[in-house]
Design a protein. Sequence first.
Lengths: 204, 103
Amino acid sequence: MSSKHKHAHPPSEVELKVKALESLLIEKGLIDPLALDELIDIYEHRVGPQNGAQVVARAWCDSDYLHRLLDNATEAIREFGFEGRQGEDMVVLENTPTVHNMVVCTLCSCYPWPVLGLPPVWYKSAPYRARAVSEPRSVLAEFGVELSEDVEIRVWDSTAEVRYLVIPMRPEGTENLSESELAELVTRDSMIGTGLALSPEVIQ
Amino acid sequence: MKGAHDLGGKTGLGPIAPEKDEPVFHHEWEKRAFAITVACGFLGKWNLDMARYAREQMPDPEYLASTYYEKWAHGLSLLLVEKGLLTEEEIRERMSEISNGDS
């Protein structure tokens, strides 16, 4: 049992259930305890929005790459070695001066793990899932994003199969930045569509 | 028929309240719940849609009041029992053993 951490209070029902399931599954040889630690390490430390940011930065710099992404995102993303679980069928959505894309999973929490890691709590929350499709502008306002009225907002509902990555608009004043400097401007929220890429002054 | 999970367009659920600098996991048990769920997925006994369906079997008020990984733990437990990999009795027994400090 991994019970080294301290409890300030008696374990909750769900904590007990998770511990019970883990110990029974290991005992029966159904899961490998080392694989569990590896999975946690991968998604806590190694896979996250920094992956998607590299994809976006390259798309901004290299129009051939952008075309490959638009043509077959799963293949183009694989060029970075980002692939697999919960990203088997990727679609990229390119923001333009007239179209802003935003991604939700109204039924649960479908999210492109290989490029963004695990979803934040708000993405999985009832208010976001409910409101993203019916009132995207007020949702964006809660994230501090205001778009001009003539910008069309397209909301994409993810499924168990298809996962989306938004390519935010490249900020102005970034002509002289390298691909890796550009990647620092690409936030998680900008790739979900609830944010915009940062302006270069922010990171200087 | 249960429908709490079908949230698109529902009203009255309040603000979104994104957390600043949110950690990947909020509690140690969430990491374990995540890892055992993904690892059990590799057993090939169910697919993602079946896993989601299992989570949706919670009564509506409980579904809406539960956190994400509480739903995962609930769904996983249901699937393991349904597929005959574990029984409800052994899960309950193990929970009380752990609670009493026997395990």
